[in-house]
Design a protein around this ligand. Structure first.
Ligand SMILES: Cc1ncc(COP(=O)(O)O)c(C=O)c1O
Length: 345
């Protein structure tokens, strides 16, 4: 039985075209800057994002942490959203590797704006107050149900931060989903940020890899920090070639993922005790509250699994389902039916 895997968009398998390209990739030693496929991917990413340069890194976490390291100095703090990936799911790397603390700010439905951020910033504060060194946003916001920060809000936050001399970083793991939801380009979202990290290995389907984009000087330093973290790779064109297909081809498929997430949310919203507002499902992530059903999230995940659907509880109340190109419209229907059956027992 084929499992319907809605745990994450990271579970996507490389396409046939990616596997073929990997077998035939032209490669060289990328630590010497001699892998032509990696170089092409980096040039193309920089072009697409409207930045001077780009760097291929093994993971989103490494990409984010390289940027944190370069923007900050030890003994300072980063402002981020309470449910953000950098704060919650990167093993305290900002503290362990860059010596910075995180100041989480709760967004409205996960979305920050300057009014929420401003009071948390320590700028020109007395010398004994931990100074802010970076503002980091996440778009789309994974744990806020794939919520999307509008361009006007992004621009406003970055403008205010820059006016205070603070750099801005975007965790754009799913920036292509955000761009689709906002009906804009990734370059337009990336424009006000000093650095952006985005993932090739999530909804875009590459087996491995993320990228960071920024100025030439920033990326030059990022190469050294990547090496420090053990992220200097050799004939990595075999991965970059899949990344290139992810970059060029996969964004076209995301509309179907968004439509499927919306269908899923609409179906789930009709089930007794399930709380989700389909209007708020803007991208490929549906987070729904099942506390009122009397079934725990662990139980729900287990019951779904016995019926061939994989999904995770993210806390005691909420389940998360993520759509991607390996899940069809029919399987979404099936998932709603199965969830209904579990709740109807
Ligand atoms: C928003 C966000 N940022 C960063 C990452 C980290 O990516 P990776 O798993 O490649 O380290 C993830 C992974 O799920 C994510 O959802």
């Amino acid at each position: 039985m084929k499992l319907v895997d809605l745990r994450s968009d990271t579970v996507t398998k490389p396409t046939t075209a990616m596997r073929r390209a990997m077998a035939e990739a032209e490669v060289g030693d990328d630590v010497y800057g001699e892998d032509p496929t990696v170089n092409r991917l980096q040039e193309r990413a920089a072009e697409l994002f409207g930045k001077e340069a780009a760097l291929f890194v093994p993971s989103g976490t490494m990409g984010n942490q390289i940027c944190v390291k370069l923007h900050t100095r030890p003994g300072t703090e980063i402002i981020l959203e309470e449910r953000s990936h950098i704060f919650n799911y990167e093993m305290g790397a900002a503290a362990a590797f860059s010596g910075v603390t995180c100041r989480p700010v709760r967004g409205e439905d996960g979305l920050l704006n300057w009014n929420l951020i401003a009071p948390a910033i320590h700028h020109s504060a007395p010398y004994y107050v931990t100074p802010t060194s970076l503002v980091a946003l996440e778009n789309s916001h994974n744990m806020a149900g794939g919520a999307v920060l509008p361009l006007s809000v992004i621009n406003d936050i970055c403008q205010h931060a820059h006016a205070l001399g603070l750099p801005t970083h975007l965790d754009g793991a799913r920036i292509f989903n955000a761009a689709l939801a906002l009906n804009t380009t990734v370059a337009e979202i990336a424009r006000p940020f000093d650095s952006v990290m985005f993932c090739l290995s999530k909804g875009l389907g590459a087996p491995v890899g993320s990228m960071i984009v920024g100025t030439k000087d920033f990326i030059k330093e990022a190469v050294s920090v990547r090496k420090m973290l053990g992220g200097g790779m050799r004939q990595v064109g075999v991965l970059a070639t899949a990344g290139m297909l992810a970059l060029e081809e996969s964004p076209k498929l995301l509309a179907e993922d968004h439509a499927n997430a919306k269908r899923l949310a609409t179906g789930l919203a009709e089930l007794p005790g399930v709380k989700i507002d389909p209007e708020r499902v803007q991208t490929n992530i549906a987070i729904f509250d099942i506390a009122a059903t009397g079934i725990s999230t662990a139980q729900m995940a287990a019951e779904l699994k016995t019926r061939g659907v994989l999904a995770n509880g993210i806390n005691a109340r909420e389940m998360r389902m993520v759509t991607h190109y390996d899940v069809s419209r029919e399987e979404i229907k099936q998932t709603i039916k199965i969830t209904k059956e579990i709740l109807g027992r």
